[in-house]
Write a protein that binds this ligand. Structure first.
Ligand code: FE2
Length: 255
């Protein structure tokens, strides 16, 4: 059985339909990314929404709910630095949404970690999340694991972004290093495509469904690429087929 997932990250929604982030109206950009994916990678077994679901605006969760509730698949969500965890938990309570925790299929699990730090752009895994990760990996030794978080656990070679990554990446990797079933770690936050590998674990980031950041830039800079998302196919033998897709037909409305 192949598990097919779609990752939509950093939609930065507002309550208002015309709210802009870095010149891109975030709501139609997200709709364009979803429609693009539905035309190519559907049906899927679940959606990974890896943080910054809203842009510091709790009324954006109603919009997120309206968009994703009707797709008919589970939506696994984690917080990002622009989220408001209490409002997120309230508005996205119940199926098809799952906030944090573990998603399970026959041969795979996805561990959804919360790295939110109140008032900070950087992230941190608290003791509860480190324990969740360790126990999920230990309790499912026969399953391959995909670990999802918002903040990047490795440098992106971008000075400004690397000041707002995962503060305790060493603790994160020490948990991963204690298990043999981790196949990949996947994140958002950086609004760009990145792929690397560490100790046999694939490391991947995915562009935002709205505005992108210029890779390898020392200072903050926008990359004028269109919305993006990622598809993943998880095979029984632990292989991951995956790629990032750019929604080329969507002209970002930069202003
Ligand atoms: Fe973001």
């Amino acid at each position: 059985m192949t598990v097919r997932l779609l990752q939509f990250t950093d939609p930065h929604l507002y309550g208002a339909a015309d709210g802009k982030l870095r010149g891109v109206i975030t709501y139609p950009a997200l709709l364009a990314a979803i429609e693009h994916a539905r035309g190519r990678f559907w049906p899927c077994d679940g959606i990974l929404a890896t943080g910054d679901l809203v842009q510091d605006d709790p009324s954006g969760y109603a919009r997120f709910r309206e968009v994703f509730a009707k797709l008919g698949v589970p939506v696994y969500c984690i917080t990002g630095n622009h989220d408001e965890p209490d409002a997120m938990a309230r508005v996205l309570a119940g199926a098809p949404f799952q906030l944090g925790g573990v998603a399970r299929w026959q041969k795979w699990i996805a561990v959804m970690l919360d790295t939110y730090l109140a008032g900070k752009a950087q992230g941190r895994l608290d003791a509860a999340n480190l324990r969740l990760l360790d126990e999920a990996l230990r309790n499912n030794p026969g399953a391959h694991a995909l670990v999802c978080l918002h903040h990047h656990p490795v440098p992106m070679q971008s000075r400004w972004l690397d000041q707002v990554g995962l503060e305790n990446a060493a603790e994160f990797f020490s948990v991963l290093d204690g298990h043999r079933n981790v196949r990949a770690a996947l994140w958002g936050h950086v609004h760009q495509h990145f792929e690397s590998e560490r100790n046999g674990v694939r490391l991947m980031s995915t562009p935002s469904t709205c505005a992108q950041f210029l890779p390898r830039s020392d200072g903050f800079a926008i990359d004028r690429r269109p919305p993006g998302y990622r598809w993943l196919e998880l095979q029984d033998d632990g292989t991951i087929h995956t790629d990032v897709v750019w929604v080329d037909g969507h002209a970002p409305q930069h202003g």
